[in-house]
Design a protein around this ligand. Structure first.
Ligand SMILES: [Fe+2]
Length: 261
């Protein structure tokens, strides 16, 4: 299966670069819609909006409503759980038995599990015992398929950023890392938050981080002609646990998709 990832759109209505962030988000969804090989799903790995406001979610939801593939959303540190939930309640995928925005998607050959690392005290991630229990329960609910775990904050040391640990404490990060490793069935851990594309490992599990979709907030060196062009990740997973990731620059012809040459 192919998953197109969007992350860190930080949509806002009152910043000097608000319009650029909206254009970046819209252009990325349009590019995903035009891929030669259509993705099975789009996952937004959080920081959908910048201030957690309902009016920001209304704009984000309208952009995501144009996506042809089913969309799954995560909460990042800039998100507001109640307003995110209200904006995407119609999707029917976000579990309602908890305040946390965590859930599993069972309809594909690879299970998708969304984790909630939102911390209401800090921009750094949180992962408490309750969330760990919920994640282990979701992982153990089905034992025949590989799993892709999505978490806004990467649960491994990201040494290219200003601070390698993106959780409030190393213990919180280790709790999440332990939970994803416990079954041996998690094939990939997919994150955002750092605003810079990179990769690493959670134990033996490959882990990726995609750049911010919002180009004014993207980190890393890009040549001038690419500075206003969003870059996103296309993940290919198979039922044997195979996992590859391709970066795609929005607007690059010929929309060949993850398997294109
Ligand atoms: Fe973030």
């Amino acid at each position: 299966m192919i998953i197109a990832q969007v992350s860190d759109t930080h949509l806002t209505l009152d910043a000097p670069d608000s319009q650029q962030r909206i254009r970046d988000f819209e252009a990325t969804i349009a590019d995903i819609n035009a891929l030669g090989e259509a993705p099975d799903a789009i996952v937004h790995t959080g920081d959908i909006v910048h201030n957690g406001r309902a009016e920001e979610y209304a704009v984000a939801a309208a952009i995501l409503a144009k996506a042809r593939a089913p969309v799954f959303v995560l909460a990042g540190n800039k998100d507001n759980r109640a307003n995110l939930r209200a904006a995407f309640a119609g999707s029917g995928t976000i579990s309602t038995d908890s305040a946390f925005i965590d859930y599993s998607v069972e309809r594909f050959e690879v299970r998708l599990i969304a984790v909630d690392t939102l911390n209401t005290r800090s921009n750094k991630g949180d992962f408490c015992e309750e969330r760990a229990h919920r994640l282990v329960r979701m992982i153990d609910a089905e034992t025949s398929k590989p799993i892709a775990v999505f978490a806004h904050h990467p649960p491994f040391a990201v040494t290219v950023g200003p601070d390698p640990i993106n959780f409030e404490t190393p213990e919180m990060m280790q709790r999440l890392a332990r939970a994803v490793q416990h079954s041996g069935r998690v094939a990939a851990v997919i994150s955002g938050h750092v605003h810079r594309g990179t990769m690493g490992q959670v134990g033996a599990i490959p882990a990726t981080v995609m750049p911010a979709t919002a180009t004014p907030l993207r980190k890393g060196e890009y040549p001038a002609h690419l500075r206003a062009r969003p870059v996103y990740h296309l993940h290919r997973l198979d039922r044997h646990g195979g996992f590859t990731t391709a970066s795609r620059i929005v607007g690059t012809p010929p929309h060949a998709g993850a398997g294109g040459r």
